[in-house]
Ligand binder design. Structure first.
Ligand code: HEM
Length: 475
């Protein structure tokens, strides 16, 4: 089975693979993005690996990614199957958005989710108002932490998750709510369990999921998360009124009603659960991790922090709340937010893609059905593109006159057909949370605490090592 890769001419080269395991043991699953970048130095920007009997092609660097994600977007728009999620209901055409195969169900759910998020003027508050309000709650909570070192992880996570909560089911949770704290912990544990070696092996040998302790070890967090989401959906069902749509879940139920006549509709109860799960799973940890990188960089680079403070004072002042209308007037802050995302590099390997049809990238043949890894990290740190790829340097996004400049190689949200569905929301959250907190506080490394580390901890997302910070009020 491990000979498969040698049967195609012009298939990308790769390191020699061992019988049965292929190259699996050559990748350090605690830091796969680093291992994959190293291999590109030896085998080129398009190379192949073999995990048990699955062929993978790894794409590296800006030029390759541009060709693949932009010019040949549909060719690699599919997703591989993830058998480990089948016990949760991810089967056939019912896979929500993130894990959905490229096809009609994915298209319908992506379009519905995007337009429902966009319309979030529906209900009484706009999306921007919801984020600003939550940033206000977070600031008040941080005021009470003044003067003592604390780890901001759970507060930030709770605040960001509250935005998704208010979109999905029209409610937010207090930062002291023990049940919700538990749920957020479970989401984090899920990422760790599912990005490890065990989960990769179980994906390749699905029969292993029939072993109860193993399935439990991988999916234990979900076995608690899903009943929580199910309860929320059931409560919605009881009070559902088609003439008064309150939130995402209501909007989805209305869509199910409309599609009732259509026997083939992909809008069903299971997909409602999985799509809601997607919004939480994809929309909380990502944005909150980025913000944690942000405050970490502000502590480590006080000069950049002072420049952001100056710009906030000049453009917004200390009284008015930041709005999205301020972004264009604040090139330095905008550059800092982009540089936080570039350096934080929080989804280093993107999500796995799969070739939807036979294709060719930089002259290499990639057959339909091959898993394609988009090494986003190799683009965000591409030495051919960035002046100081491994340093925090907001000037990457500024011209000589201090104007903001877009960079094509900024692909923190990926690009093409599968580009992050929550990009606009995430950009809004990052700017509003970041500027709201910066307006009110200065962030400092606490006395007697070590200088926080700048390298990340990998668990599908790349997050900062736990750190403590002090906030000092500027008001
Ligand atoms: C997919 C990054 C926030 C929902 C992705 C992908 C990346 C990404 C790299 C994979 C794209 C690909 O397959 O090529 C980020 C970052 C975020 C963020 C860096 C924050 C800083 C959000 C938020 C939401 C969200 C707030 C939801 C409201 C999704 C969904 C997908 C996705 C549903 C799957 C799209 C598809 O398969 O069609 N994101 N994301 N993301 N993201 Fe985000």
């Amino acid at each position: 089975m491990w000979h498969k890769r040698k049967t195609w001419a012009r298939f990308p080269p790769g390191p020699p693979s061992k019988p049965f395991v292929g190259n699996m043991l050559q990748i350090d699953f605690r830091n796969p993005h680093i291992a994959m970048c190293k291999l590109s130095k030896e085998y080129g920007d398009v190379y192949s690996l073999q995990f048990l009997w699955t062929n993978l092609v790894v794409l590296n660097g800006f030029e390759v990614m541009k060709e693949a994600l932009l010019n040949k977007s549909e060719d690699i728009a599919d997703r591989p199957n993830f058998p480990i999620y089948e016990p949760l209901g991810f089967i056939g055409n019912t896979k929500g958005v993130v894990f959905a195969r490229y096809g009609i169900s994915w298209k319908e759910h992506r379009r519905f989710s995007l337009s429902t998020l966009r319309d979030f003027g529906m209900g009484k508050k706009s999306l921007e108002q919801r984020v600003t309000e939550e940033a206000g709650f977070l600031c008040s909570r941080l005021q009470s932490e003044q003067g003592r070192p604390f780890d901001p992880r759970f507060l930030i996570n709770n605040a960001v998750s509250n935005v998704i909560c208010s979109i999905a089911f029209g409610e937010r949770f207090e930062y002291s709510d023990a049940k919700f704290q538990k749920l957020l912990h479970l989401f984090m544990e899920a990422l760790t369990a599912e990005s490890g070696l065990l989960a990769q092996i179980a994906n390749e040998i699905p029969i292993l999921m029939k072993i109860p302790w193993l399935a439990n070890k991988i999916l234990e967090p979900e076995y608690s998360i899903f009943p929580f989401l199910n309860d929320l959906i059931s409560e919605h069902r009881k009070s559902f009124d088609p003439n008064h749509i309150r939130d995402f879940i209501d909007a989805y139920m209305l869509e199910m009603e409309k599609m009732k006549e259509n026997g083939d509709s992909s809008f069903n109860e299971t997909n409602l659960l999985l799509t809601t799960y997607d919004l939480f799973g994809a929309g909380t940890e990502t944005t909150s991790t980025t913000l944690r990188w942000g405050f970490l960089f502000m502590m480590l680079y006080p000069e950049a922090q002072s420049k952001v403070h100056l710009e906030i004072d000049k453009v917004i002042g200390r009284e008015r709340k930041p709005t999205m209308g301020d972004v264009l007037k604040m090139p330095y802050t905008n550059a800092v937010v982009h540089e936080i995302q570039r350096c934080g590099d929080i989804v280093p390997l993107g999500l796995p893609h799969m070739a939807y049809r036979d294709t060719e990238i930089k002259g290499h043949f990639i057959p339909k059905g091959t898993t394609v890894i988009t090494n986003l990290s190799s683009v965000l740190k591409d030495e051919k593109v960035w002046k100081k790829p491994y340093q925090f340097y907001p000037e990457h996004f500024l011209d000589e006159n201090g104007k903001f400049v877009k960079q094509e190689a900024f692909i923190a949200f990926s690009a093409g057909r599968r580009v992050c569905l929550g990009e606009s929301l995430a950009r809004m959250e990052l700017f509003l949370f970041f500027t709201s907190l910066m307006q009110q506080f200065r962030f400092e490394i606490p006395d007697n605490e070590p200088r926080p580390r700048e390298d990340g901890l990998y668990a599908f997302t790349l997050c900062p090592h736990p750190y403590k910070m002090c906030v000092v009020s500027r008001m």
